[in-house]
Design a protein around this ligand. Structure first.
Ligand SMILES: [Zn+2]
Length: 319
């Protein structure tokens, strides 16, 4: 357990990050794969896509895609090409993910977060109304970082209301009147959160001077009822998971599920042995005895009091 170098002190220098030593923790064969990815995607390109234009972004993207394909350059390269096509067709690189009101981000130095932001300013549109309404019924936010510096997303799954979320998404879709579905509205909300999370890894990378390219999730199931298993939200969730597998691979560092009801833990103990070891090792499903595990990964100062830490953000750690 290292001591944290966060939070930033005021007036600290922000020297550009030197990416040449980012490979230091990789095996020689992985370093070769990183160079091969660079040769394939950058060497002959006159105009690099925005997603991999910046050397820091590029390093993190290559790591994620190579990691997802076990460092097989051919497979990782095909996967990245598809993701680049998707980004171009959706125009996501121009998506203004940083909200005017930084309610989705807790505990980060916002001058740094805005300082590294190089996309258009958010133009208020109907999606902001959807976000405002969703915030009443969905409780999740980016909240500080773990001991390795990975941004942490905390969701209070148990007190969120999936039926109300679907209703808001349906109304938002209807207002657009262009055939957009409620699933697409929910996916759009999720994409804003993913782009913001990726941006936070870059902020962390710049600060720590070493690559940070993953997130840690905490899902708190306290209050969870069987009625949460609402079919439309499960369908939307399935689409979101498929989307992330293709376009945001290897973004999860840890996923901690806490306050899981007995039935969920039993099911997990039964199913987890058949899962891929890499996936299984990242996910931990726990009942009420989760504090030691969370505190091993996250410093008390960065963990909300209601999860056994000492953080008590103004306005609530997770609004
Ligand atoms: Zn907090």
């Amino acid at each position: 357990m290292g001591t944290s170098v966060w939070p930033w002190s005021i007036g600290e220098s922000s020297a550009p990050v030197e990416v040449s030593n980012f490979d230091a923790d990789l095996l020689p064969v992985e370093q070769v794969a990183m160079r091969a990815m660079h040769d394939r995607h950058c060497k002959c390109a006159k105009d690099l896509p925005p997603y991999i234009r910046d050397p820091v972004d590029r390093h993190m993207v290559f790591r994620r895609f190579l990691g997802a394909r076990r460092w097989d350059v051919d497979r990782a390269s095909r996967m990245l090409t598809r993701a680049l096509e998707w980004r171009q067709s959706t125009g996501i690189d121009n998506m203004a993910f940083l909200p005017e009101k930084p309610g989705f981000v807790r505990g980060w130095a916002m001058d740094r977060v805005y300082g590294l932001y190089d996309r258009p300013k958010r133009v208020v549109d109907d999606m902001d109304r959807v976000f405002d309404e969703l915030q009443e019924v969905y409780h999740g936010t980016w909240h500080k970082w773990d001991r390795e510096g990975n941004p942490v997303f905390i969701e209070r799954t148990g007190i969120s209301d999936p039926r109300a979320m679907v209703k808001i998404a349906k109304e938002g879709a209807a207002r657009r009147g262009d055939g957009t579905t409620d699933d697409q509205i929910l996916l759009e909300g999720h994409l804003v959160s993913m782009e913001l999370g990726c941006h936070l890894t870059k902020v962390a990378t710049e600060r720590l001077g070493r690559p940070v390219f993953q997130f840690t999730y905490i899902l708190d199931l306290k209050g969870y009822k069987l009625s949460h298993l609402h079919q439309p939200i499960l369908t939307a969730l399935k689409g979101i998971i498929e989307n992330d597998k293709k376009y945001y691979p290897e973004t999860t560092r840890h996923a901690f599920v806490v306050n899981a009801p007995g039935i969920v833990t039993v099911a997990w103990n039964f199913l987890s042995p058949i899962l891929d070891a890499r996936t299984r090792d990242k996910i931990q499903i726990m009942g009420s005895n989760y504090q030691p595990t969370l505190l091993k990964a996250i410093e008390p100062a960065n963990l909300p009091t209601w999860l056994g830490g000492e953080c008590d953000c103004k306005g609530g750690c997770v609004p």
